[in-house]
Design a protein around this ligand. Structure first.
Ligand code: MG
Ligand code: MG
Ligand code: MG
Length: 313
């Protein structure tokens, strides 16, 4: 009998710190439980995640861009548009996520764990407890980074009491001062010196569908939005290209100011502008809508856009 190849544990396309950290932590937990698994990422790492892994001295997971013929565990996503290619010919074993339930379908019953918390890493910390496994120092650092990243250090409206409590516990195990660590992570995230405009709009880009209308939303979180704003005209050009390439009905880019807790929504054509005017009450200047208090795509943007699209059709 050929030996069974390990189950792949993987996060979404355009990986973020939460998806990479939860993949590594879950692989660690599964190994402790005697299961054969392999951590993977569906794309290149962003600057924040690179910083976290090198700070904790952890090897990045292997890059797997095609899931064909593999058994997979999906973390931090539940929408088909966010899964690495080849999922049609793969077998989904488990999903652990903290987003809305998406459109993934499976042939057999699976373990589906979804909780409305701020990060997948929060659920992972809970799973270690449920399995009565202790969390190693490095793994605690990873989980801490995932929570900090997804909740913008507990400031995003997606943050729950459980995220706050878990962050404190993990910081103690990891022996990391969370405020300083968050600052370093956000500085790494804000460093655009090595990024192209396409990297900025596409590094954290997700696609959605509502009433047959496909729309993409890119997010870039930064401590210095003014550095990104210098490239506004290129950003609009690149957005139009991305919209065409991916055959999207609408495309949006949200530039988030982590410190001021506000954002700038780029409105590439009149169609995007009309939908945003129906959805938000922000002031528009040079095709960019100012949105005070808006920082979360998942909580404050997608539900609002989806609602407006549903009303329209
Ligand atoms: Mg994510
Ligand atoms: Mg997440
Ligand atoms: Mg995020």
């Amino acid at each position: 009998m050929p030996t069974k190849s390990p189950t792949i544990i993987i996060g979404h396309k355009n990986p973020d710190t939460d998806s990479v950290a939860s993949v590594l932590a879950y692989s660690n937990l599964k190994a402790k439980l005697g299961e054969s698994v392999e951590p993977a990422v569906a794309g290149p790492l962003n600057n924040e995640t690179k910083f976290v892994l090198s700070y904790l001295n952890i090897e990045p997971p292997k890059l797997i861009e095609n899931l064909e013929q593999k058994q997979v565990i999906l973390l931090d996503h539940g929408d088909l548009s966010q899964i690495a290619t080849g999922i049609d010919a793969a077998e989904i074993m488990e999903i652990i996520d903290h987003h809305k339930i998406g459109d993934i379908q499976t042939e057999s019953p699976i373990l589906y764990r979804a909780e409305p918390v701020g990060s997948t890493c929060t659920i992972l910390a809970k799973l270690f407890k449920e399995e009565r496994q202790s969390i190693e120092k490095k793994i605690a650092g990873l989980l801490l980074a995932g929570i900090i990243s997804d909740t913008l250090f507990l400031s995003s409206p997606a943050t729950t009491e459980l995220d706050k409590k878990t962050l404190q516990e993990l910081a103690e195990i990891a022996e990391i001062e969370p405020k300083e660590f968050a600052q370093k992570m956000f500085e790494a995230k804000s460093d655009i010196s090595s990024l192209s405009v396409r990297d900025i709009i596409g590094g954290d880009y997700k696609e959605f569908e509502c009433h047959g209308i496909k729309f993409g939303v890119g997010v870039f979180e930064t401590l210095c939005p003014e550095k990104v704003r210098e490239f506004d005209s290129e950003i609009f050009k690149e957005l139009l290209e991305l919209k065409k390439e991916n055959a999207m009905g609408l495309i949006f880019f949200l530039l988030v100011d982590i410190l001021k807790q506000e954002s700038f929504m780029y409105l590439v054509t009149d169609e995007e502008a009309d939908l945003c005017k129906q959805s938000f009450s922000g002031e528009i200047k040079n095709k960019v809508m100012f949105l005070p208090g808006v920082v979360s795509r998942k909580k404050q943007v997608i539900p609002v856009l989806t609602n407006a699209l549903a009303r329209r059709s």
